[in-house]
Design a protein around this ligand. Structure first.
Ligand code: 9MR
Length: 579
């Protein structure tokens, strides 16, 4: 008993230590390409020397001096840069600063993010609904299927003539949204758009981007096979009677922290809405375009997507602003639904995205009629509630093919470049030398996706200009996600020396396996701390993170955060292969 108590105490103190005293030397814990910028951030008042040492031999391979100090705008802490970019020889290294200790070990090599990229795409496989995950593909995280979703009820808010309240429909497959087990069309929208865009932007890289899923080797890139699992579900979310799309498929309340197959609460599809329908239209249009080239593998799929997109578009034209307001809905209908709302208050951007995708699919400029591109205004970073920029990316990608209006294309291109330039302003003053975190606003719920989406925007700016400072800054945000940040954590589960071990993710909590399901991106710092967990150790915006499964506000995982992680890491790999 005493022994047991001691173990618990040791475990508790380890947790405290791990949480409260991040080592003062922070860097990307995976590593760097040989020709990349390579820096570590050292929290040091003094401008001391630092050394780069080879892990195998212990020998010093580089000696340098820390930079001038930078003051952190969030915490006031002093940091300095250790720059060892000149070391290009492949190997395993660590940084050492006398009196401060050693950094995590890391590698310098080609293809250094191959595993990170593949694991983050594989993360989607682990989120699959309605299918067993056998050991062959899921390793020690093998589990039985959860949520067959073949008997889903029509919620009172969603009735139509042919589908009265409590009518039963089948709506299986898809991905679990996040740490919870519900499926939300709005969040599926941006997630699918991001993954499908990776394919459209880097098709030849995706040919060999393998993740060991059941469909690997079927002649279709894994990223498309994975997306197809969710596309099949999305198609079932359209009311065939009128083309409107249900906002979500959900339990009335969140499940407990149990495995998927133990969660057996009744599930409903709820209220059709304009945001869900337009996001659906955009995804269907993009899918129709992509799967046209795989007609022999999936006969008729592309046409089904076209039909679904057109029907959805027509519904939205008749219902241009049906917003999802969960509180209002609960006043009118039973049972009350209290799961994630994804209640967007403004659908102008969904119109832009859907119109752009429909135009790129059909080449009919009519789709752009009455659509305000706001090309002269600052471009917003993509989030689940703000998808305007996804439309910009698509129009630019296909500008030539669809003979888009050159003036519009030019202004969208300019917009992306000036967004990227704004990100780069004052980079030299940033305490972690990242564009991520310049303002406290970056640390919103799911801040890791802010970093990843900024990285993607920078890569689009690179594509347009070929200026390498954009790729370098995109790389900097990947460095942020993999450890060069104020928490010292590598935010991708299964990776890094200081790794996330307790994400708010039901399977990871309930499976009895010490390691969390791998390849999932933790939400990251969020000073609002809406979860009121008691284990946060800091209120500073960039440190407000706790590796505790109570923390749905800073340490949940979600598909719309994983997708840009896949894009950023895979695109950097793709670009490095092209060199
Ligand atoms: O990512 C969403 C964030 O922007 C919102 O502020 C938050 C509260 O509404 O919800 C987040 O999304 C969650 C969703 O509602 C339910 N599944 C888990 C999602 C990630 O935490």
């Amino acid at each position: 008993m005493l022994h047991f108590l001691c173990l618990i105490l040791v475990g508790f103190f380890n947790l405290l230590l791990a949480q409260s005293a991040p080592a003062p030397i922070r860097l990307n814990q995976i590593g760097f390409y040989p020709n990349a910028q390579k820096i570590a951030i050292v929290l040091s008042e003094k401008q001391t020397p630092f050394e780069l040492k080879d892990v195998l031999t212990g020998k010093t391979v580089f000696k340098g001096r820390l930079s001038e100090p930078r003051t952190n705008q969030h915490s006031g802490k002093i940091s300095r840069i250790a720059d060892f970019s000149s070391i290009r020889k492949a190997g395993k290294y660590f940084v050492e600063v006398q009196s401060l200790g050693k950094s995590a070990p890391f590698e310098i090599k080609e293809r250094v993010y191959k595993e990170v990229a593949a694991a983050s795409l594989k993360g989607f496989y682990y989120q699959r609904v309605s299918i067993d995950l056998p050991e062959k593909f899921a390793g020690k995280w093998a589990r039985p299927a959860g949520h067959p979703d073949n008997k889903v009820l029509i919620h009172a808010s969603a009735v139509s003539e042919s589908r009265p309240e409590n009518a039963v429909i089948s709506s299986s497959k898809g991905w679990y949204d996040a740490g919870d087990y519900n499926k939300y069309i709005v969040n599926s929208g941006i997630t699918m758009g991001t993954l499908l865009s990776l394919y459209e932007d880097y098709p030849s890289f995706c040919e060999n981007f393998m993740t060991n899923i059941p469909e690997s080797n079927n002649g279709v890139p894994d990223v498309l096979d994975e997306a197809l699992w969710n596309l099949r579900w999305m198609l079932t979310m359209q009311d065939p009677a009128d083309g409107g799309v249900y906002h979500k498929l959900t339990n009335p309340r969140f499940d407990g922290m149990v495995m998927p197959d133990a969660a057996k609460n009744p599930r409903y599809v709820v209220q059709k809405g304009t945001a869900a329908t337009l996001d659906f239209v955009a995804v269907m249009a993009q899918s129709a375009r992509i799967f046209k080239n795989f007609e022999n593998k999936f006969p008729g799929l592309s046409d089904s997507c076209v039909t679904a997109a057109v029907k959805g578009w027509e519904w939205a034209k008749k219902n241009p602003a049906v917003l999802y307001n969960q509180d209002e809905m609960n006043k009118k209908f039973d049972p009350d639904v209290v799961t994630g709302a994804y209640g967007d208050r403004d659908v102008k951007d969904e119109w832009v995205w859907a119109a752009a995708e429909m135009y790129a699919l059909t080449k009919k400029p009519d789709y752009l009629k009455d659509i305000d591109f706001q090309a002269g205004q600052a471009m917003p970073l993509p989030t689940w509630s703000q998808v305007r920029t996804l439309g910009y990316y698509t129009l630019i990608r296909f500008a030539e093919e669809i003979k888009a209006d050159p003036a519009l294309t030019k202004s969208l291109e300019k917009n992306i470049i000036s967004f990227a330039d704004n990100l780069l302003t004052d980079l030299e003053k940033q305490p972690y030398h990242t564009v991520m975190g310049k303002t406290a606003k970056d640390y919103s719920w799911g801040s890791s996706s802010v970093a990843a989406n900024q990285g993607i925007a920078l890569l689009y700016a690179f594509k347009l200009t070929k200026n390498p400072r954009y790729t370098q800054a995109a790389q900097g945000n990947l460095d942020y996600l993999l450890g060069r940040n104020a928490t010292g954590y590598c935010f991708l589960t299964g990776f890094g020396s200081k790794r996330v071990m307790h994400p708010h993710h039901r399977p990871s909590v309930a499976d009895g396996i010490a390691d969390p399901v791998p390849g999932l991106l933790s939400g990251g710092p969020n000073p609002a701390q809406q979860d009121k967990c008691t284990t946060y150790t800091s209120k500073f915006a960039d440190e407000s993170f706790t590796d505790d499964d109570c923390s749905y506000a800073s340490n949940e995982i979600a598909i719309n955060w994983n997708a840009p992680m896949v894009y950023l890491s895979a695109a950097l790999e793709a670009l490095s292969e092209m060199k």
